[in-house]
Design a protein around this ligand. Structure first.
Ligand code: G3P
Length: 215
């Protein structure tokens, strides 16, 4: 399972990349706005920092506009993956961008039928949003499991990218479901490292080592 960071914060991305455990980054207009950065410049900086796929989202609402914008985004850097919404217009744009040889991430996917259509476009990724479904009392992980099953049934090439993951258990459940990619905020990524027994055990080992050295 690949690990992506869902952020436009360069410090977070550079730290993640320096660990050698980061495979890519997903952004959205909200995340870039939060950083107050210039959009194009930030996408280039992210691509250079992670050296892996970086999703950059279109903001047009009509198919023609999305295709035009998507082609421009793809020119920014070779690592750019164009994020299109899973709407009728977005799916049409995805199909046309894929036809141009551009990698697409179909975002804001909230149902299995939508995911089925995404696979038919030939998009590289489908992004089902787990946390936002949980927010409205639907079990987001059920959608992940359904999509993985459907894609396996037909050997669809589109990769399942679990998004809107809010805590480590989301990541574990996504891994158990067999997703290709899990994208997560930096704070969730950091939590993956933590276990109190690791800290306690390490502390004890070091104390005992000091005793040994003193002999
Ligand atoms: O980037 C899309 C997704 O991961 C957003 O997550 O927490 O805003 O629902 P969230």
């Amino acid at each position: 399972m690949k690990i992506f960071l869902d952020t436009a914060n360069l410090d977070e991305i550079r730290e993640g990349a320096s660990l050698g455990l980061l495979d890519g980054v997903t952004t959205n207009p909200s995340l870039i706005a939060k950083e107050g950065a210039d959009f194009r410049k930030r996408i280039v900086e992210i691509c250079e920092s992670v050296q892996g796929p970086v999703s950059a989202e279109v903001t047009c609402t009509d198919t023609e506009g999305m295709c035009r914008q998507g082609r421009e985004l793809a020119k920014i850097h070779s690592w750019v993956v164009v994020k299109t919404p899973t709407t009728k217009e977005g799916l049409k744009a995805a199909k046309c961008l894929v036809g141009d040889g551009i990698k697409v991430n179909s975002t804001l996917c909230f149902s299995a039928p939508q995911a089925l259509l995404v696979a038919k476009t030939g998009a590289t990724y489908v992004s089902p949003f787990v946390g936002r479904l949980d927010d409205i009392s639907h079990v987001g992980m059920d959608l992940i499991r359904d999509i993985v099953t459907i894609y396996r049934n037909y050997s669809f090439k589109t990769q399942v990218l679990a998004a809107s993951l809010r805590h480590p258990l989301h990541v574990v459940d996504a891994a158990k479901a067999g997703v290709d990619v899990a994208t997560m905020p930096f704070k969730v990524f950091e939590l993956l490292f933590k276990h109190p027994l690791t800290d306690k055990g390490q502390d004890q080992f070091l104390k005992d080592w000091e005793k040994l050295k003193a002999r």
